[in-house]
Ligand binder design. Structure first.
Ligand SMILES: Nc1ncnc2c1ncn2[C@@H]1O[C@H](COP(=O)(O)OP(=O)(O)O)[C@@H](O)[C@H]1O
Ligand SMILES: [Mg+2]
Length: 336
């Protein structure tokens, strides 16, 4: 891994991007937060989180991985950490007040974990206010990167966690059901974000115009997401530009993981194009990871793949995904 990001010097620029692009970010936080999500369980979210976390430590970064998949928490196993003494739910429910009490060491140097192991909460009790409490807790940590391993699905809390991150990485495999769910999660993310952008606009003009678009007497036909922009453009090109700018810097990327067929390689670019056509929003494509026996072996040994066997195709692909993500971040910063 040779890619370097000069985080210190680009910090101000990153913050500019944050304030422009996302309405739920972490104001004032020096740490870069990435969220890893996906529409389905078992697609490799935790596997990707654990290994990207380790790769970042190998670049000299201090990293915290957070298991926010309440109810199906197993990130601790993937990084070879002990069972949690104090799980995340203790902080979320207020049983412990200091976030640092749920942070534990892992055997990997410079990699710490907030584990969801032994959590008393399930995914159903993970509400937006708990997501907000997690965000509040993360304001008090001192890491270069925080990686949130989120659960599947489109609950409001799940969406808020994904939207609150600097970069959102959606993991899917090549099965049609997983891909369907990836589109679904994207649609929910964009709608939730659009709603927040509207509410944050002081003048409230976009909200007013869009209520016209969606009123029962409206002559606008909104069949796909991108039609919202077209309708808004017809009412006010300035307001359309405003909404578009806020929606464009979404920091969403896709990883195709655990693929069994060579032809699955075309799926990533296809999803990217599909998003452009349907949502009129650009998402990033980070890469493709084949189904690889070494992954299962590393998990059985409770050692992250990039430590267990970093020469395997899956480990190499993970490195490429990270390189692409870091390059995308750099490009976005330079475009401002
Ligand atoms: N690239 C891969 N090659 C082989 N098996 C994989 C790969 N990615 C994931 N898996 C398998 O899928 C299982 C589920 O992965 P996990 O990261 O726990 O999914 P999620 O967090 O999305 O529920 C892993 O235990 C592993 O056996
Ligand atoms: Mg998981």
């Amino acid at each position: 891994m040779t890619v370097q990001t000069d985080q210190k010097s680009s910090g101000t620029d990153l913050k500019k991007r944050v304030s422009r692009g996302n309405v739920l970010k972490y104001p004032g936080l020096q740490t870069t937060v990435w969220a890893i999500g996906g529409g389905k369980g078992g697609v490799g979210k935790s596997f990707v989180t654990a290994n990207l976390g380790v790769l970042l430590t190998q670049m000299g970064k201090k990293v915290l991985v957070v298991d926010a998949d309440l109810g199906a928490a197993n990130l601790h196993t993937l990084v070879g950490a002990e069972s949690a003494r104090v799980p995340l739910s203790s902080y979320l429910s207020g049983t412990v007040s200091e976030f640092r009490r749920v942070v534990a060491k892992t055997p990997i140097p410079n990699l710490d974990i907030v584990s969801g192991d032994k959590d008393s909460l399930d995914s159903g009790s993970f509400t937006p206010s708990k997501a907000e409490r997690l965000r509040e807790g993360l304001r008090h940590v001192d890491y270069d990167y925080v990686l949130l391993d989120t659960g599947p699905g489109t609950s409001p809390a799940q969406l808020d966690m994904l939207l609150s991150a600097e970069e959102t990485i959606l993991v899917t495999n090549g099965e049609p059901t997983a891909i369907e769910n990836t589109y679904r999660i994207m649609k929910c993310l964009f709608l939730r974000k659009m709603r927040r952008v509207m509410r944050n606009q002081e003048s409230g003009v976009v909200e007013k115009l869009l209520s016209t678009v969606f009123s029962p007497s409206s002559s606008f036909e909104v069949k796909k997401f991108s039609d919202i922009f077209t309708a808004l453009h017809n009412l006010s090109s300035e307001q359309e530009e405003y909404l578009r700018a806020a929606m464009e810097h979404n920091g969403i990327s896709i990883i195709l993981n655990n693929c069994t067929h060579a032809e699955d390689k075309r799926l990533g670019p296809l999803i990217k194009r599909g998003c452009q056509d349907y949502f009129d929003i650009e998402v990033g494509y980070l890469g493709f990871i084949f189904s690889d026996k070494s992954v299962t072996e590393s998990i059985r040994n409770r050692i992250p793949l990039v430590v267990h066997n970093n020469g395997t195709p899956a480990a190499q692909s993970l490195s490429s995904c990270l390189q692409r993500l870091l390059l995308n971040v750099r490009r976005q910063v330079m475009a401002l």
